[in-house]
Write a protein that binds this ligand. Structure first.
Ligand code: 3HC
Length: 286
């Protein structure tokens, strides 16, 4: 099969804008869909700022940045994705929203062989696949934050996903310069199944007063050479996303270690979502 040249990305938040960026940098024609003008403008700004940062860091020339921008188009209308060969949804980690987006895309895509990938962090891919009329062409494609930096993509076939779809998704990951691993269709897949209990344990340490956020993070950075401690990482991921992932994993396994601690819930309720809101376990300016 020919390589994918026309990619759609739905959602231009932290993950969607990163996916669109690496795809444009990989030479693909990328069309990005968002639900509201404000969200689209914020996403476009984030994406442009990231490309500008790449220029400042000497990772791409001004000419290459401009070529990337020329390969990107934006829309509010999912109907504008009709000619896409492959669409990645990266909307909020909410089962109903993701299901609705995939069902709409399923109707809109002209090519019956086009693939629908979900960047869900935790929902079983099979539930999303069977909500469409093309369950053999629905697959999980889980990217990591920040997308331009993290090398990994988890490729998650559902029970219904065809081998062709798996291969095409692996090929696309390679086109984007990513390294794919195959992960099981269990909530949390491979990485979050290991990462989330660790992050939640750090929240419980703060909640119980056992240790201070700075000490916890320095412990893991200096003691275990992690690039950032668990609480800074939660702030980067977004506490609302982390809560949604933990809830989904708890729903699947009923293991107490996946249950979101009360402190996490309270912080989300207060709007302390991490970097994106300027405040989480730490505060951020600019
Ligand atoms: N976009 C593009 N490049 C970025 C970037 C971004 N948003 N953030 C950082 N970078 C690049 C910088 O340009 C720099 O590149 P260079 O060294 O080649 O010039 C490099 O990354 C290092 O950046 P900084 O010097 O600014 O900062 P740090 O050294 O502190 O690194 C970090 C920042 C890359 C975020 C690093 O701390 C890190 O890797 N942290 C761990 C992130 C992680 O674990 N992510 C996975 C989260 S889990 C997830 O996403 C799954 C979901 O389902 C929950």
């Amino acid at each position: 099969m020919d390589p994918v040249t026309r990619l759609g990305v739905v959602g231009c938040g932290l993950m969607g804008s990163g996916i669109a960026e690496v795809a444009a940098r990989g030479g693909l024609d990328v069309r990005v869909a968002e639900a509201t003008p404000d969200a689209l403008e914020a996403g476009r700004r984030r994406l442009t700022a990231s490309l500008d940062r790449g220029v400042r860091r000497g990772k791409l020339s001004e000419e290459q940045r401009d070529e990337c921008l020329a390969r990107l188009s934006f829309t509010y209308d999912l109907g504008d994705l009709a000619d896409r060969q492959f669409v990645i949804e990266a909307v909020a980690e909410n089962r109903d929203i993701k299901t609705g987006v995939l069902q709409s895309l399923d109707k809109v895509l002209e090519d019956p062989a086009a693939i629908l990938a979900t960047n869900t962090s935790s929902f079983p891919v099979i539930d999303l696949a069977v909500a469409t009329e093309r369950p053999a062409q629905v697959i999980g494609m889980h990217f990591f934050n920040p997308v331009p930096v993290q090398q990994l993509v988890e490729v998650i076939p559902a029970l219904t996903t065809s081998q062709d779809t798996v291969q095409r998704t692996r090929d696309l990951a390679a086109q984007l310069g990513k390294q794919a691993i195959q992960a099981p269709d269990r909530s949390g897949f491979v990485v979050n199944a290991l990462l989330v209990p660790y992050l939640l344990s750090a929240v419980r340490m703060v909640e119980s007063g056992a240790a201070r956020p700075d000490d916890i993070d320095q412990g893991m950075e200096l003691g275990c050479a992690h690039p950032m401690g668990p609480l800074h990482l939660l702030d980067l991921i977004g506490l609302d996303t982390a809560q949604a992932v933990a809830e989904s994993m708890y729903e699947e396994f009923k293991e107490p270690l996946y249950a979101p601690p009360a402190l996490l819930r309270r912080m989300v309720a207060a709007g302390h979502l991490g970097r994106k809101s300027g405040r989480g376990f730490f505060t951020y300016t600019g």
